[in-house]
Design a protein around this ligand. Structure first.
Ligand SMILES: [Zn+2]
Length: 90
C-alpha cells in the first residue's frame, strides 16, 4: 500500500500529525489534513511518500521491523535515515 502525504497542506501541528500517523499506521487510516491519497497494491508493506514542508520528497517504507521505531517518531526516523544517507555519500 502506498500513502501519499503532502505536509505543506497539513494544518495540524507537527506533534499531532506525527502521533496521528503512528495511530493511523496501525489503523490503516491517515492524517486527513495532509493525506492526498491511499493506493492499494499487492505489497504488505506500507510505503509513505511524504512531501515535507520544505518541498522535499521523503519515502518511508514501514515494515514489521521498523514499524515501532517509526510509530515512536517517524520524524526522528526520517532524520536518522537522512543522516545515514549523508554518511554514505561522504
Ligand atoms: Zn498531517
Amino acid at each position: 500500500m502506498k500513502v501519499y502525504m503532502d505536509r505543506r497542506g497539513c494544518n495540524v501541528w507537527d506533534a499531532a500529525c506525527e502521533s496521528d500517523l503512528s495511530w493511523h499506521i496501525d489503523h490503516g487510516t491517515y492524517c486527513t489534513a495532509c493525506t492526498l491519497g491511499v493506493l492499494k497494491d499487492d505489497s504488505e508493506d506500507v510505503t509513505l511518500v511524504i512531501t515535507d514542508k520544505d518541498g522535499s520528497e521523503k519515502v518511508l517504507v514501514v515494515t514489521d521491523k521498523n514499524k515501532w521505531e517509526i510509530m515512536d517518531s517517524w520524524m526522528l526516523f526520517l532524520e536518522k535515515i537522512n543522516r545515514e544517507e549523508k554518511d554514505v555519500k561522504v
